[in-house]
Design a protein around this ligand. Structure first.
Ligand SMILES: Nc1ncnc2c1ncn2[C@@H]1O[C@H](COP(=O)(O)OP(=O)(O)OP(=O)(O)O)[C@@H](O)[C@H]1O
Length: 289
């Protein structure tokens, strides 16, 4: 199986928002970062993956299976990791383990205690005393203890201090290096992606704008700077969005060759960061970035 998750033409409509015709394939053994502005549809997409929501149209497959008739089997193999308190606040990790462990065929106590030690988590303190980062680690320890192959994380590093953030990213990197796992996580922190992601999926206003390897994305996009008099209807067409200022224009392109052919060395080009792409994609003329 090459794809852990496969969305085919998935649509989910709410009163004031819809996720439209989403095609998404998450590659096995890859780290995929999921980005998009607030309200773009990231959590909705993840809820569809977890079967907390059902699509109005289209098909969601996890590990090559539909949820119908396979829910238990699928959920055994996936872990959803997040920082808010999913467990009773007054419980400690020992209590939680007692409740959660029997639900999983592959639960391994030894692995659990190893991670608790590695993550330096207290077993006997109520979860409500845990910081955000500790809760995230506790949730990750549980997912790893039932040997989840597919791990989904909703903004794992949000609200963590830089040291803790780095530590968590290192833990995730080590987890990936051990092999056999696929990680999908949403984030607003683009440097996290630059640190650990192989692929990036970018959603905007309920539509998937692109899903590429980080490398392809970095090769495809560029920031172009030049003087305003270079802008004509023809040259503007090669840009996703153009910003004008007194000193000239700055624009994003996804076709570096075309810019070179048309404008040559009359413009300056530099690599676009993911943050640049997100900024320019907002309100871009072209729907397809
Ligand atoms: N159950 C629901 N009923 C109605 N509207 C909903 C429901 N769930 C989400 N929405 C709407 O769908 C849109 C997308 O929400 P979603 O939580 O998926 O965005 P997001 O990309 O995760 O945002 P953020 O980065 O802020 O967490 C929002 O406008 C939200 O109000």
């Amino acid at each position: 199986m090459e794809h852990i998750v496969e969305f085919k033409n998935v649509t989910k409509r709410f009163k004031d928002f819809s996720l439209e015709n989403i095609d998404l394939q998450i590659k096995q053994d890859h780290v995929t970062g999921f980005v998009g502005a607030n309200g773009a549809g990231k959590s909705t997409t993840m809820k569809l993956m977890m079967h907390l929501l059902q699509p109005d149209e289209g098909e969601v497959k996890i590990f090559g299976m539909n949820y119908a008739g396979n829910e238990k089997q699928i959920k055994e193999r996936m872990g959803f990791v997040y920082d808010s308190n999913v467990f009773y606040e007054s419980l400690n990790l020992k209590d939680i383990k007692r409740i959660v462990a029997p639900a999983y065929k592959n639960w391994d106590d030894k692995v659990f205690y190893n991670y608790i030690k590695l993550f330096e988590l207290p077993l006997n303190k109520a979860i409500k005393t845990f910081s955000k980062g500790m809760q995230m680690k506790a949730s990750l320890a549980i997912a790893l203890s039932h040997d989840a192959e597919f791990i989904m994380m909703d903004e794992p590093t949000a609200g963590l201090d830089p040291v803790f953030r780095r530590e968590l990213l290192d833990i995730l990197q080590e987890m990936m290096d051990d092999g056999g796992r696929t990680l999908f996580f949403s984030t607003h922190i683009t440097s996290d992606l630059e640190r650990i992601a192989d692929d990036v999926a970018f959603i905007q206003k309920g539509k998937m704008l692109f899903h590429d390897s980080m490398e392809d994305m970095q090769n495809r996009y560029a920031l172009v700077k030049g003087s305003i008099d270079l802008l004509t209807r023809e040259t503007e067409d090669i840009f996703i969005k153009v910003e004008r200022s007194a000193s000239g224009f700055q624009a994003l392109t996804d076709d570096v060759r075309e810019v070179q052919a048309l404008l040559g060395d009359r413009v300056e080009m530099e690599a676009a960061t993911l943050e640049d792409i997100m900024f320019y994609a907002k309100g871009a003329r072209q729907q397809h970035v």
